[in-house]
Design a protein around this ligand. Structure first.
Ligand SMILES: [Zn+2]
Length: 81
């Protein structure tokens, strides 16, 4: 049984719809591709590097392609190089 407080909703960086729910403190590894159910953008979520990268969808309306994922909140902030 997993308690709700241990769950983190990883959100779409652009529209903040939940892409996927993961368990906090659980070791999630590797990149996975997720499609946002609302804005239909595809994201590559790299749990190891904590980077979210835009893959496809609404290319002209996605000015920021790379985001840094906070696995405590599920929010992403623009990646600054
Ligand atoms: Zn979205």
């Amino acid at each position: 049984m997993v308690e709700d407080q241990n769950l983190v909703n990883v959100k779409c960086p652009m529209c903040e719809t939940t892409l996927v729910t993961v368990e906090r403190d659980q070791e999630v590894r590797g990149p996975f591709q997720h499609k946002c159910a609302k804005c239909k953008r595809f994201w590559r979520v790299d749990y190891t590097r904590k980077v979210v990268t835009h893959v496809k969808g609404k290319l002209d309306k996605t000015p920021i392609k790379k985001w840094v994922l906070d696995l405590k909140s599920g929010d992403s902030t623009p990646h600054i190089q």
